[in-house]
Design a protein around this ligand. Structure first.
Ligand code: GTP
Ligand code: MG
Length: 698
């Protein structure tokens, strides 16, 4: 739980100038050491006194109890440090595919990304995803090849892989000294010095480069200089004249090239031992642009003060915390801003900066800085708050679509409301967690990007909102429709003394073609000569609609039907709306049997990205799931398979994909259209429904 800022906290700091800020998202594939790296950077910069570890749950950024239990990051975490008179804001992002909402939100508010890779695995699925996102948003990037102490780690192999798979403008700026368990340090090619492995202690100062490294250092220093001078004409001229370029001039040109996305420096180290952090911090300061140089493209009109809320934390203790980037400012505490989306005034009480679970109050935050504020009224992730109402188009954060749904039910009866409130708060915090009620099955559904994401939400419901819930696979929302025309007439008649019941109608059913992929319903009144009076005709329609809610095949709603009311009869005493409703419903049921009714199922469009060597297995599996292959696109050692698969076959795809690809696969899907269920499959569903209905009757 988050600790609230108090008066005794560190004295307030003045706003940092934009040119002195670096906003860096630390991103990459799952488990490559991002959190460990952030921990090491904080430690090296003197923000902490000991190097925490993920395994012991002692890191600054994985502070949430669920993160510690699972030893992985589940949400974006904010930290900051000072290095060489610069304020570096670090956003540690989760690498797991199920928790990408925060990663994508973070990428919207930083200038730079530190893309972390495993020295063993190199480029992985989420490395590519993060890279592509960063590319779309023109973010400056540095790479950090981590885990070089591990068996089979190889910096040069990963360097080659990033040059092949990410960009040939990736260039080494550091080199390892030794390899695997014999790794003893790293070389900084920019400043031409070495740092020795501090084994988890603070890294010492620069050392001379060991002589044994001379050749390889010369080779890569030349590659680095060649790459840098190529982006700077003046420097190129000086270089060609044989001038010895000092590291400051090289760094300045490097930063300009990194800012323009012309170069991606590749650093390296061992986060868990704090090796490589000095050189990386130097690189973030010297090689990555500040908000003053690069900034974001988020609009704020002519507002004098503006902030963009990119993340909301649902804290049961402090309430709602909104994390923001200052677009125009400075912005200080006790300021009232407007949210143009709601037109509501929102008061910023205390302006906070976050450091993992802790928050610290500050007087003001300048342009480009990241901060947070508690207890705003109606602000949602994605809102821009401004000092006076300006028409701004809030930036769109393109969150991935949920790929799987579960039905959720509270364990204790009567907890429905509590569950709904908790889920609402959690989906405010994570926009890829979507809660909705299926109108057809009546189930409360929770959809997300992975099973784990949904399971974590369930854990959080328990610890934060004290509701125990159960997850079940959702029911597939089948539909029914007809294939041919049919007609029926039904007379509903009861004469049991007193006033009777009389309704008589004749209808024709016709298949109604889908419009924009949507199957509909149409009721056409074709009565001539007033054989049924005007007032009773809507009752026939109503009766038919009710009958259509649960089709006769599998109890699924019937759609794609046009009903013509063609004839009928009424009784001047006994007729009533009720009688016509029943007559309509019965006529429909009779006609429906004759109209060749069929079962429809939702078809999903699936995109699976898997390593090339598993394509055969994955395709074979999709085939057994009644999938139809639409195309394959190989790129950078991974293949993206596109297929159309019935939803019923893919409710539990995640486990299968994980086991086929050893966790290296990734998928996304969305609803495409309804299609007729093949007869042999439909037969089973129909029998199953029949059985359930009979059981329910007993
Ligand atoms: N040998 C070795 N292990 C490391 C290194 N860096 C991190 N680890 C270990 O790798 C595991 C994953 O590290 P994390 O820092 O949680 O990785 P992450 O990228 O933050 O993981 P997610 O946030 O879940 O994507 C932990 O057990 C770390 O102790 C390293 O440089 N060398
Ligand atoms: Mg992490």
């Amino acid at each position: 739980m988050r600790r609230e800022a108090t008066e005794e906290d560190t004295p307030a700091m003045p706003a940092t100038e934009p040119s002195k800020i670096r906003n860096i998202a630390v991103a990459g594939h799952r488990g490559v050491g991002k959190t460990s790296l952030v921990e090491a950077l904080l430690f090296q910069a003197g923000k902490t006194n000991r190097l925490g570890t993920v395994d012991q749950g002692t890191t600054v950024s994985d502070w949430d109890e669920h993160e510690q239990k699972r030893a992985m990051s589940l949400s974006g975490s904010f930290c900051h440090l000072e290095w060489k008179d610069r304020k570096i804001n670090l956003v540690d992002t989760p690498g797991d595919a199920g928790f990408q909402a925060d990663t994508y939100a973070a990428l919207r508010v930083v200038e730079g990304v530190a893309v972390v890779l495993s020295g063993v695995m190199g480029v992985e699925v989420n490395t590519l995803r993060v890279w592509q996102r960063a590319e779309q948003q023109e973010l400056s990037r540095v790479l950090f090849v981590n885990m070089l102490d591990r068996e089979r780690a190889d910096f040069y192999r990963v360097l080659e892989a990033v040059r092949q798979q990410l960009s040939d403008r990736c260039v080494a700026i550091q080199l390892p000294i030794g390899s695997e368990h014999e790794l003893t340090g790293i070389v900084d090619l920019l400043h031409m010095c070495a740092y020795m492995d501090p084994s988890g202690g603070r890294e010492g100062g620069p050392q001379p480069i060991p002589d044994s490294m001379n050749d390889v250092v010369a080779e890569h220093r030349e590659k680095l200089l060649d790459a840098v001078v190529e982006t700077d004409e003046d420097l190129m001229a000086r270089y060609l004249e044989g001038e010895e370029l000092d590291s400051e001039a090289v760094a300045a040109a490097l930063k300009a090239a990194v800012t323009r996305d012309e170069l991606y420096p590749v650093a390296c180290g061992v986060a868990s031992k704090n090796l490589g952090t000095t050189a990386l911090l130097d690189l973030l300061v010297e090689g990555v642009p500040s908000p003053a140089r690069k900034g974001t493209t988020i609009e704020f009109g002519d507002a004098k003060q503006a902030v963009f809320v990119f993340k909301t934390i649902a804290d049961p203790f402090t309430g709602r915390i909104s994390c923001f980037r200052v677009l125009a400012g400075p912005v200080s505490g006790d300021t009232t801003l407007v949210d143009p989306r709601t037109h509501a005034k929102e008061r910023l009480g205390q302006v906070l900066v976050l450091q993992g679970k802790d928050s610290e109050q500050v007087d003001a935050l300048g342009v480009g800085d990241l901060g947070a504020v508690a207890k705003l009224k109606d602000v949602l992730t994605g809102d821009v708050l401004v000092d006076h109402e300006v028409a701004v188009e809030p930036p769109h954060i393109d969150f991935p679509e949920p790929v799987m749904s579960f039905a959720v039910t509270p364990k204790a009866k009567g907890d429905e409301e509590k569950m709904a409130t908790g889920l609402r708060r959690l989906s405010e915090e994570d926009p890829t967690l979507i809660m909705r009620r299926d109108p057809q099955t009546g189930e409360q559904l929770l959809s997300g990007l992975s099973q784990m994401q949904v399971e974590v939400a369930v854990d959080r419901l328990n610890t934060r909102f004290h509701v125990d819930v159960e997850l079940h696979p959702p029911r597939v929302p089948y539909k029914e429709t007809i294939r041919k025309e049919a007609r029926a007439r039904h007379r509903y008649k009861k004469q049991t003394g007193g006033r009777g019941q009389f309704g008589d109608c004749a209808i024709v059913l016709e298949p109604l073609p889908a419009e924009d992929g949507e199957l509909g319903y149409e009721f056409v009144d074709k009565i001539v000569g007033g054989v049924i009076s005007q007032g009773y005709r809507p009752a026939v329609d109503k009766g038919i609609r009710e009958a259509m809610e649960h089709g006769e095949l599998a109890g699924a709603p019937v759609q794609g039907v046009r009903v013509l009311l063609v004839d009928g009869m009424e009784h001047n005493v006994d007729s009533s709306e009720m009688a016509f409703k029943i007559a309509g419903s019965m006529a429909f049921k009779e006609a429906y049997q004759q109209a060749d009714p069929v079962l429809l199922e939702p078809i999903m469009e699936l995109e699976v990205t898997v390593p090339d060597d598993t394509v055969g297995a994955v395709n074979g599996d999709l085939n057994s799931r009644r999938g139809r292959l639409q195309g394959m696109e190989p790129a950078s050692g991974m293949t993206t398979i596109k297929a159309e698969v019935p939803m019923a076959e893919i409710l539990t795809y995640s486990q299968a994909l994980t086991s086929m690809t050893g966790g290296r696969g990734d998928y996304s899907m969305h609803f495409l259209r309804y299609e007729e269920v093949p007869t042999h499959v439909a037969q089973k569903i129909i029998e199953q429904t029949k059985k359930e209905r009979e059981e329910a009757k007993v």
